[in-house]
Design a protein around this ligand. Structure first.
Ligand code: ATP
Ligand code: MG
Length: 469
C-alpha cells in the first residue's frame, strides 16, 4: 500500500540530509496522494480566507503526515504569515491562547483549528536573551519563543522532518523543506538540524520522538536516537504540568504498550517515573508484566472506543513502587494499614514533583489502591457494601490486573467474579463459606507477597521477556 502511495514520488538522488533547504521540494497534486477533501473543511476554509486576505497559509504538521500514511488525523493545524492579532481580526470565532507559544484557536462548534504564526528558531548565541519574545535557560532550553519568521524558518524550527510538510489546499501542492516525504517513505523519525541541540532546546522532543515512533510504527533514525539516553535526565527540569500533558498523550493514544517499551529502552522512563523505575530494576518481571498488562488493556479499550481513566493508568504505573515503601515503613515499626496509607501518600507526593497529576486523578488512584486492602475482607455485609461502592469496578479490574501479573491472592479475583454473577441466596452461601478464612473476616491483611525480600531480584534480562502475553 505504501509503495503504491509513494510510487509517483521522485526518489532523492543525494543522501537525505536533516538540514533544511532554502527552496522546498514542491510536489504537485499528481506527485502525492493527498486530497483536499481529506482535510477538515473548516481548516481548508481558514487557509483560503487567510490567503485571500494576502497572507501565506498552509495545513501543516500531524494532519499532513498522518494523511500521507492513510491515518485519520487527530487535529488540523494551520501555519500562516499572519500574526495572532491579524488572524484574530479575520475571524469572529478566534481566540488567542498560550504563553510559551502564542496561538490562535478558531472554534467551529466542537472542532477547534489551531492557527500558528510562522516562527523562527532563534540561534543559540542570540543576544536577545532577556527580551520578552524569546528566552533560553543556561542549558539551552527555550523558555519562550514568539519570534516570528518566514515559512522557511518555520520549517526549520519544527521538530521532525515528517512534521515539517506544508500542504496548500488551494494549489494542492506539498512543500517539503526537510526531506520529510523521504522519511515518511522510509518510516523514520528524524530531527531537523543537530539532534543534540534540538533536544537541549526542548527535551520534550525526546518524548515526542517516542510517541510518533510508537504511533506510526516508525524507527528513530540513528543520529536522532543516540543522544536520547545521555540527555534523558534533562526531562527532570521540565515543568511538571507540561509533563503531565505529554504523559497522557504517550499513554492514551492507543500505543501505550510499545511506548512503554521504548521509554524504558531509551532511559526516558526513569526521569518520568523514578520510583516505578526502581521497582523495574529490583522486581523486573512483576513490574514489567503489571505495567504492560495495564497498558495493553488501555490500548485495547481505546481501539474499542471505550472510556479510559488516567487514574487507573497511574494507579498501575505506580503500584509496583508501593511495596518497597510499605516495607520501609513497616521496618520502622509502622503497622500494616497505616504503612500502606503513608506509603501511598508519599509515593503520590513524590510522583507529582515530576508529573503534576491533578487531584481529580490522585484521589481515585488512592481509592483504587484502598480498595485492594478491602477486597479480601468480605464477611457479613462487607461484600455487598463494596459492590455498591462507585469505585468497585475499578478496584476489581485492578485486582485482576495484579493477578495477571502473578500476584498471589488466593483466588480472590475469581471469587469476586463469581459473586457478581450470583443471585442473593448464592451470595449468602458464598459469604458463609468464608467463615474459615481469617482474611475474609476483616482480620489484619496479609503482608503483600511482593514485599518479601526473597522475591526481589536484581535487574536482569528477564525484564524484557515478561511481556505478560
Ligand atoms: P498529533 O497532533 O498527531 O499528536 P502533531 O505532529 O500534530 O501530532 P502537535 O503537538 O499537534 O503534533 O504539534 C503540531 C506541530 O507543531 C508538529 O507537527 C510540529 O511541527 C510542531 N511542534 C510541536 N511541538 C514541537 C516541539 N516541541 N518542537 C518543535 N516543533 C514542535
Ligand atoms: Mg496536531
Amino acid at each position: 500500500m505504501l509503495k503504491k502511495l509513494f510510487q509517483s514520488f521522485r526518489s532523492p538522488l543525494r543522501k537525505p540530509q536533516q538540514h533544511i533547504r532554502s527552496t522546498p521540494e514542491v510536489l504537485n497534486s499528481s506527485q502525492h496522494s493527498l486530497q483536499r477533501s481529506q482535510f477538515s473543511r473548516y481548516a481548508v476554509s481558514i487557509v483560503e480566507r487567510l490567503q485571500n486576505a494576502g497572507y501565506q497559509a498552509y495545513l501543516v504538521g500531524g494532519c499532513v503526515r498522518d494523511l500521507m500514511l492513510n491515518i485519520e488525523p487527530k487535529d488540523f493545524d494551520v501555519a500562516t504569515s499572519a500574526t495572532p492579532e491579524q488572524v484574530r481580526a479575520e475571524f469572529r470565532n478566534a481566540r488567542i491562547i498560550g504563553r510559551r507559544f502564542k496561538l490562535v484557536h478558531i472554534h467551529f462548534g466542537r472542532e477547534i483549528i489551531e492557527v500558528a504564526t510562522f516562527r523562527a528558531n532563534h540561534p543559540v548565541d542570540d543576544e536577545d536573551e532577556d527580551s520578552n519574545q524569546s528566552s533560553r535557560n543556561e542549558s539551552g532550553r527555550i523558555l519562550r519563543d514568539n519570534v516570528y519568521g518566514t515559512l522557511e524558518e518555520d520549517a526549520q524550527r519544527r521538530d521532525f522532518t515528517i512534521n515539517a510538510l506544508y500542504y496548500d489546499p488551494v494549489s494542492e501542492r506539498v512543500l517539503d523543506y526537510a526531506n520529510g516525504v523521504h522519511d515518511i517513505r522510509n518510516r523514520l523519525i528524524r530531527l531537523i538540524g543537530d539532534p543534540q541541540q534540538r533536544y537541549k532546546e526542548d527535551p520534550v522532543r525526546m518524548l515526542r520522538a517516542v510517541r510518533f515512533a510508537a504511533k506510526l510504527d516508525f524507527g528513530i533514525e540513528k543520529h536522532s536516537a543516540t543522544p536520547i539516553r545521555p540527555l534523558a535526565p534533562m526531562l527532570r527540569d521540565i515543568p511538571s504540568a507540561r509533563l503531565f500533558e505529554e504523559v497522557l498523550k504517550l499513554f492514551l493514544s492507543g500505543y501505550a504498550a510499545s511506548t512503554f517499551e521504548m521509554l524504558v529502552d531509551l532511559e526516558l522512563f526513569e526521569p518520568l517515573f523514578p520510583a516505578s523505575s526502581k521497582a523495574l530494576e529490583y522486581n523486573p518481571t512483576y513490574t514489567h508484566t503489571l505495567i504492560s498488562e495495564a497498558l495493553t488493556n488501555t490500548d485495547l479499550r481505546i481501539k474499542q472506543n471505550k472510556p479510559v481513566t488516567p487514574a487507573f493508568l497511574f494507579a498501575a504505573l505506580l503500584w509496583p513502587a508501593l511495596p518497597a515503601k510499605v516495607l520501609r515503613l513497616q521496618e520502622r515499626g509502622v503497622p500494616p494499614i497505616p504503612a500502606m496509607n503513608d506509603a501511598a501518600q508519599e509515593l503520590i507526593v513524590e510522583q507529582c514533583q515530576r508529573i503534576a497529576i491533578p487531584k481529580r486523578f490522585t484521589l481515585p488512584i488512592r481509592e483504587i489502591w484502598d480498595m485492594q486492602e478491602r477486597l479480601p475482607r468480605r464477611s457479613g455485609k462487607r461484600a455487598d457494601m463494596l459492590l455498591d461502592n462507585p469505585r468497585f469496578r475499578a478496584g476489581y479490574d485492578f485486582l485482576l490486573l495484579r493477578e495477571s501479573a502473578g500476584e498471589e491472592t488466593d483466588g480472590l479475583g475469581e471469587w469476586w467474579t463469581e459473586y457478581q454473577e450470583c443471585n442473593d441466596s448464592e451470595r449468602r452461601e458464598m459469604i458463609r463459606d468464608l467463615s474459615g478464612k481469617p482474611d475474609a473476616t476483616g482480620a489484619a491483611p496479609r503482608k503483600r507477597r511482593r514485599t518479601s525480600g526473597a522475591k526481589r531480584k536484581r535487574a536482569g534480562s528477564d525484564a524484557s521477556n515478561a511481556s505478560g502475553e
